[in-house]
Structures are given as C-alpha cells and as structure tokens.
Ligand binder design. Structure first.
Ligand code: GDP
Ligand code: IMO
Ligand code: MG
Length: 427
C-alpha cells in the first residue's frame, strides 16, 4: 500500500494524465486535488485519445474509485459532459465521488474571468477563461457555492440566485458588460445539481478509509509547480495549489501518510499563457519541439511556448515538493536534435544564479547557462528498458539525475499507455 502524490514539475502539460493512467493499474483510489477544467489531461488507450478536464485520469479502469477533492473547482456542465461522453462509449463511471467541499464554477465566474483578462490589456495572464480565478476568489471571500449545497435544491436555487445577482453588479458596473440572465442560470444549474447530487460525498473519509485498509491512493495534480499560487511565477500562475502540499489540503489527509512524491517533467520545457520562461526558443529547435511534440493546448488549442529542459526549475520543483522521483516524459521528441542542451543555471545582470528567483521580473531578465550533451538519431518509441535506449539518451537521463539529485524512475517514449520504461516499482 502507498500514498502517492503525482504532480507537474514545470508549467503544466507534462504528461500527468498518461502517467496517472499507467499507475492506476495498481491503485484503489485516484484523486484530483486542485484546479478545475483549466486542466487537460490526455490518455491514449487502445489507439483512442481521451482528454479529461475534471475526471481523474484513472477513470478508464473499472477497479479504481475516482475522487474530485475539496480543493478542486467544478464546472458542473463540463463534468456532466465528460461523464455522458464516457457513458456513451460504454465505459464505467459509477465510481465517482465529488467532495462536498468542492466549489462550483458558475457562469458569472467565467464571465468575470473574461472581463478581467480583457481589462488587463497587455498585462493579461493568458488564462484559460474557465472562471478559475474568480471561483477561487469567491471561495476565499466566503461567497462560493459548494458541492454539498446541491443536496438541498431549494437552498441551492436561492444561493445561485443571490450570487448571480451580486456578480451581475460587478459585470455591469465595473466591467460595463451585459447582465447575465439570472432565472435561466438558476433553472439550468438546478438541473445540473439534481444530476450531480447522488455523487456528492465525503472524499476525505473515503481516502482515509482506503489508506487505513492498506490500499494504494494515487493523487493526481493538475497544472504544475510553476503555476502554483504561492510558489509559482506570480502573477502568471493559476489560483490553486498544484504542489505536493496542496494534495493534503485539497483532499483532507495528513502529510505523514505520504510515501512517494512523483514529479512529472517533460524532457524539455513548455509553457502556455503569459509570463517569463528563460529557455524559450524562437528558432527551428523550438518549432521541432512544438511540431514533433504536438505542443498545442489540450483545453484551449493554443500553441505552447517551447524550449530546452530547465534544470534550475526541476531543482526548484524537487525542493518545493520534496520529490522522491521524476517521471520524464516525451524523451522521444528530442530524437534527431544534436546537441541536446540542458539549462544548469541562470545569468542575471552578470551574476550566476543557481536558485530559481522569487520575483518574476528577475526571471524575465535571466539568461540560461547551458550544458551541451550529445544527441541521438535512433527511434526510441518502441524501447521498454533503459538498456535499449541509445547511450546518448541514457546519458541525458543520467545527467538530469546528477544535476537534480532525484532519480528518474519512469521514462515515457510515446503517448500510449505501454510506451513507458519503468526502472523500478513506484513504491
Ligand atoms: P497533462 O496536462 O500533464 O496531462 O499533459 P497533456 O495531456 O496536456 O499534454 C501531454 C501531451 O503529450 C499529450 O498529448 C500526451 O498524449 C502526450 N504525451 C505524453 N507522454 C508522451 C511521450 O512520452 N511522448 C510523446 N510523444 N507524447 C507524449
Ligand atoms: P494541466 O493540468 C498548462 C495556465 C494558463 C495561464 C495560467 C492561469 O493540463 O497541466 P487559469 O485559467 O488557471 O486561471 O490560467 O495557468 N494553465 C495551464 N497551463 N496546463 C494546465 O493544466 C494549465 N491550467 C492553467 O495557460 O497561463
Ligand atoms: Mg494538460
């Protein structure tokens, strides 16, 4: 048995969905603890591509209980859409528990996200416009609507009416927008609540009972360490806690129960949205990473920014999360590049920086200091053991381990479930 936290070590889209899907084979519970449908987690199984925004990526296995924790913000319409989709394909969805403490994303949150981004002009964050920031803001402001409120439909309808009316004042008077149709929202969302209510439960209880019974619990992070509200590249971050500590907060279990913390990291770096990114490339190598790696957003379809692997970031992720292992994804995408470069430190105003800076404005001025490593040409997408990899690819993985102090226990060489090199069991 084990409690495993799996999270993004960079700016999201590291391939968490793929690794979660793989590890669910041995897990009884798979739980999302943060974010909402800003996430887009891809699972490729039996030649079919699934994109999950809210459902944990373990949902394709029949044996696992899937949990949406209190730290998640839930768009009821998206969630029902995902469930309906799976049901239409004959896939089982009965094992879902939505924590009563999860907050609901309402149409006014989405409208406010869009209005706030527009009003920022040049300084926009580049959010996914899914209403994430305003929903977490309402939560912190103690004005949010929680999943547990869906259990009493009269109460729920009244809360939706009150909140929609209150937020309409912002929309019209602060942002000069048209008001939303409150009665229509109340009607639509009461129907969603009626459908979702049977799935609402006590996620913390389910998880702690599973742990007590000796089962394996896999916690699936959304976004990534550098998008963390407290420890990421503020203000170019999301509004939740994608870091390891967030799992205990968002799911309701104690930190001493955690056995392994797996950081999922691409073999290079990508970012979607605004904000500094020291290793970003605007050349043919950047185009190679985007085109060969299909670096277009799962949720918004935006072209991701891409560049060499940044080990200052991975060392930071190791520290912030207490990583016990890395899962390195998309190593196959580096095939054909020579040399392959890794950023080992930054140069800032003539000084060498070994540690990730706290201020995004400093990061904006940081220039990467690279170490060049030999590349490889052979197709590695069918390799299933370290020994089968070309020596240069092995050297690359080894260098990451040396420079971060964290073992790389999994190496992903393609999008499908089986395209994975496992060097040892996850726990
Ligand atoms: P997530 O948000 O962290 O789950 O990652 P996304 O699903 O947004 O983006 C990862 C993309 O890379 C998806 O299209 C995956 O199918 C794909 N992918 C994952 N692992 C690999 C890999 O090892 N090689 C390749 N070529 N693609 C991968
Ligand atoms: P997964 O789970 C990559 C980014 C947005 C934007 C910032 C804030 O698939 O890795 P938000 O809508 O959250 O207020 O946007 O965060 N962002 C992500 N980038 N992967 C994600 O999720 C992301 N979720 C949010 O692009 O820069
Ligand atoms: Mg994604």
């Amino acid at each position: 048995m084990a409690v495993i936290i799996l999270l993004g070590a960079q700016w999201g889209d590291e391939g968490k969905g793929k690794i979660t899907d793989h590890l669910t084979r041995d897990a009884a519970v798979v739980a999302r603890w943060n974010g909402g449908d800003n996430a887009g987690h891809t699972v490729v199984w039996r030649g079919q591509t699934f994109k999950f925004h809210l459902l944990p990526s373990g949902i394709l296995y029949e044996h696992a209980t899937c949990i949406i924790g209190s730290g998640v913000v839930v768009n009821p319409k998206t969630l029902l859409g995902e469930l309906d989709n799976l049901k239409a394909q004959g896939l089982p969805t009965a094992r879902l528990v939505i924590s009563g403490g999860a907050h609901l994303i309402m149409p006014y949150h989405i409208a406010l996200d869009g209005a706030s981004e527009s009003s920022r002009g040049e300084k926009k964050i580049g959010t996914t416009k899914r209403g994430i920031g305003p929903t977490y803001a309402d939560k912190a402001w103690r004005a949010g609507i929680r999943a547990v409120e869906m259990l009493d439909l009269d109460h729920f309808a009244q809360r939706v009416r009150e909140q929609a009316e209150a937020r309409n004042i912002w929309l019209t008077q602060v942002y000069g927008q048209e008001p939303l149709d409150v009665p229509a929202i109340v009607e639509e969302y009461t129907e969603y609540a009626r459908r979702l209510a049977p799935m609402v439960g006590d996620a913390s209880l389910v998880i702690n009972e599973a742990i007590a019974a000796g089962k394996t619990v896999l916690c699936e992070g959304a976004q990534g360490t550098l998008l963390d509200l407290d420890h990421g590249t503020y203000p170019f971050v999301t509004s939740s806690s994608p870091i390891a500590g967030g799992a205990c907060v968002g799911l309701g279990f104690g930190p001493k129960l955690v056995d392994e913390v797996i950081g999922v990291a691409k073999a290079y770096t990508t970012r979607v949205g605004a904000g500094p990114m020291p290793t970003e490339l605007h050349d043919a190598v950047g185009d190679h990473l985007v085109e060969i790696g299909h670096e277009y957003g799962t949720t918004t379809g935006r072209r991701r920014r891409a560049g060499w692997l940044d080990l200052v970031i991975l060392r930071y992720a190791a520290r912030i999360n207490g990583l016990t292992q890395f899962a390195m994804t998309k190593l196959d995408v580096l095939t054909g590049l020579d040399p392959v470069r890794v950023c080992v430190a930054y140069e800032y105003r003539g000084q060498r920086l070994e540690h990730f800076p706290m201020d995004s404005r400093v990061l904006e001025e940081c220039r990467p200091i690279y170490e060049d490593l030999p590349g490889w040409d052979a197709d590695i997408s069918t390799t299933r053991s370290l020994e089968e990899l070309p020596a240069a690819a092995r050297r690359y993985v080894q260098r990451v381990e040396e420079l971060t102090g964290v073992p790389v226990t999994m190496i992903s060489v393609g999008p499908a479930r089986e395209q994975l090199i496992r060097r040892r069991p996850a726990h």
